[in-house]
Design a protein around this ligand. Structure first.
Ligand SMILES: Nc1ncnc2c1ncn2[C@@H]1O[C@H](COP(=O)(O)OP(=O)(O)OP(=O)(O)O)[C@@H](O)[C@H]1O
Length: 264
């Protein structure tokens, strides 16, 4: 479903600011795989997500989504294939538009131009049904401006919008990190529910090791632009934070000096 082969990226090559962000990344996800990604600051996690989304392009290597080579497709050309939720709850929705208008945009993402009709009665019913799956009562607030929603409500809506059209790949970029613990837990549970229900192929970046262990069927750890650990489903079931930390120490020969990663 998602295949990355020998991906390299160096920012500002040949200058004093040269930075190798990704090196020799090879990663294949089967349909329905839910992979969590952890790693220290600057490990290359966001660069990897941006590369899959088409925000930045690799210097070398190939990216395929659902068998389609996408290396040279721009972000908007890949958009029908990809759902993405960012850390900032404000990032995925338009604050001055209503809930139903936001949903209408998400709904039309993979439709032909002729089918883009905005909101009608049939769609409103569909939106209500989808919103009620969030258990937040948003189905009764279809005409409320999104800017009025709380951070947690808005992130739940972003998640719904990103997954509405069942994208080939779902990218979750620390999407619970900006929420208080209760809201983060709610969004974590919704994520699990939606990903499982729609069998979505998912990559989730998180700094929370507990969350990385609990969610998904595979875990990868990145460091200095490389994948340094890839834990498959069976091993992941017995994984603990202590084991992850000692694996990091074993591979790197040093302790993981990163408070944000330790927060779990
Ligand atoms: N546009 C850019 N120009 C120059 N350097 C960049 C750019 N984007 C990222 N980098 C550098 O590439 C490296 C990888 O950054 P990236 O944001 O992917 O790390 P990350 O694992 O997401 O880190 P964090 O957990 O801190 O968000 C870092 O050293 C970063 O400074």
């Amino acid at each position: 479903m998602l295949s990355l082969k020998h991906i390299h990226k160096t920012f500002n090559p040949g200058t004093v600011d040269e930075k190798v962000a990704l090196q020799e990344i090879c990663l294949t996800l089967k349909p329905g795989d839910f992979v969590t990604i952890i790693g220290s600051n600057g490990a290359g996690k966001s660069t990897l997500m941006n590369m899959i989304a088409g925000v930045i392009f690799p210097d070398g290597g190939t990216i395929e989504i659902d068998g389609l080579p996408v290396n040279h497709l721009a972000e908007h050309q890949r958009a029908p294939l990809i759902g993405r939720v960012f850390q900032d709850p404000m990032a995925g929705t338009a604050p001055n538009m209503t809930i139903e208008e936001n949903l209408a945009i998400a709904y039309s993402r993979d439709k032909k131009r002729t089918l883009r009709k905005g909101v009608n009665r049939k769609r409103r019913e569909l939106f209500r049904e989808y919103l009620s799956s969030l258990h937040l009562g948003l189905e009764n607030r279809l005409t409320a401006k999104v800017g009025l929603l709380s951070g947690g409500e808005r992130q739940a809506l972003s998640l719904l919008m990103a997954t509405f059209t069942k994208p080939k790949v779902l990218l979750l970029d620390e999407h619970t990190a900006a929420l208080d613990p209760a809201r983060a837990q709610l969004i974590t549970e919704l994520t699990k529910e939606i990903v499982e229900r729609s069998h979505l192929t998912t990559l989730m970046v998180t700094h929370n090791m507990k969350q990385a262990i609990e969610l998904g069927n595979r875990l990868i750890m990145m460091d200095k632009g490389r994948i340094i650990l890839d834990v498959p489903e069976e091993e992941k079931k017995n994984l603990t934070i202590d084991r992850l930390l000692s694996e990091f120490e074993r591979i790197r020969g040093e302790k993981l000096a990163n408070d944000r990663v330790m927060l779990a």
